[in-house]
Design a protein around this ligand. Structure first.
Ligand code: 5AD
Ligand code: SF4
Length: 362
């Protein structure tokens, strides 16, 4: 090797060493302090596959220390795919006239709840597009039924007036999921022509003030999304002190303006999850269906990088097919497969409701 080439080689090695030392220090600091600057988060999001193992291991250890070995199962019922919004990434957007719309009737919902009970699930998640096909009072009846059965209720029904959130809280709803999708205001506006980040933030604040356990979350790999905006997603969720953070890859959906964009990567999603675990040790982190959809081991990888929740879909199959936010959504298969997946990782299925551990803090 020529002297000049050798010099360049040594310089590169030195830089890599410096970089790795830096990363190690950041991970160590984060495992104990939960404080990280935006620049440090960006540095972690930038690491390559060869250097990422310590990050995933640290997240896995923090998950074990704060959340234990239990995986919480939440039975997800997609009660309607009607939607009045125009999110550019989502197959349920109102402009998609190729989709058959449905609304589950009360009996169908109650049957699904009973199936969840038989499967041993302790939480029901009621999810829908954003619309008024379910008047607030109808949701009250469903919440009441589920609470009478002794289960926890999570709602994921979009932006509503504070009065409606209040009513649902009063009749016993425990949690609310409202993903912020992206904390980058410019990107938020571009993706949601008919919505505003300010309103999203207000709804999340209202839910917090009403004492809901609040879940938010974002997509990874959106067009024009930068590492800086991903860092902002994590800092935003830390700032509003979420009880749950749903982080999944963007998957292009046909019949949407983003149909021809590329899919978010498994690796970036896992790094986001791992950093989320280190920044928010007491947050519930689901191994998302979206991650399982783009990689056959997606959920297992997530569970080993900080995640501790799975949301099996218990929507009747003929409706599930119509809840097409993106194509080829995986189903978990049967309960036996799910039990196997969890035990193969040395994990256990929780037998409590899995409320946020923050609720037990003084
Ligand atoms: N890719 C990944 N996630 C999506 N969602 C909607 N469309 C997509 C997509 N194309 C997620 C959003 C939203 C929820 C309904 O589904 O995060 O909150
Ligand atoms: Fe509707 Fe939610 Fe899809 Fe937006 S993301 S179009 S609000 S279902």
């Amino acid at each position: 090797m020529k002297a000049s080439a050798l010099k360049t080689f040594c310089f590169t090695l030195e830089r890599i060493e410096f970089f790795l030392k830096n990363i190690k220090e950041i991970i160590e600091k984060l495992s104990t302090t939960q404080i990280l600057s935006k620049e440090e988060i960006i540095l972690l999001l930038n690491i390559d596959e060869d250097s990422a193992t310590p990050l995933f291991e640290a997240a896995n250890q923090v998950r074990l220390k704060y959340m234990g070995n239990d995986v919480h199962l939440r039975g997800l019922i997609e009660i309607s795919n009607h939607c009045i919004k125009s999110c550019n990434y989502c197959g349920l957007r109102k402009e998609n006239i190729n989709l058959t719309r449905y609304k589950m009737n009360k009996n169908e919902i109650l049957n699904s709840v009973n199936i969840a009970i038989d499967l041993g699930y302790k939480t029901i998640v009621l999810q829908s597009g954003e619309s008024n096909v379910f008047p607030a009072e109808e949701i009250v009846e469903i919440i009441t039924f589920i609470k009478e059965k002794g289960l926890a209720v999570t709602l994921s029904l979009g932006e509503k007036d504070n009065d409606v959130y209040k009513l649902w809280k009063e009749v016993g709803a425990d949690r609310y999921l409202l993903k912020h999708e992206t904390a980058d205001p410019t990107l938020y506006q571009a993706l949601h022509p008919d919505m505003s980040f300010a309103m999203r933030r207000l709804c999340l604040k209202n839910l917090k003030d009403l004492n809901f356990q609040v879940g938010s979350g974002c997509m990874v790999g959106l067009p024009e999304q930068t590492l800086a905006s991903l860092a902002d997603d994590l800092l935003f969720m830390q700032e509003i002190d979420v009880e749950m953070a749903g982080i999944g890859p963007f998957i292009p959906s046909p019949n949407t303006p983003l149909a021809h964009n590329s899919t978010g990567t498994v690796f970036m999603t896992l790094k986001m999850l791992a950093i989320a675990r280190l920044l928010m040790p007491l947050a519930h982190l689901p191994a998302t269906t979206a991650l399982g959809t783009i990689h056959p081991q997606g959920r297992q990888l997530a569970l080993q990088a900080g995640a501790n929740v799975i949301m099996p879909n218990i929507t009747p199959v003929h409706y599930r097919k119509l809840y097409e936010i993106y194509p080829d959504r995986i189903s978990l298969g049967d309960k036996v497969k799910l039990d196997k997946l969890i035990s193969s990782l040395g994990r256990t299925i929780a037998n409590d409701a899995g409320h946020s551990p923050k609720m037990k803090l003084p």
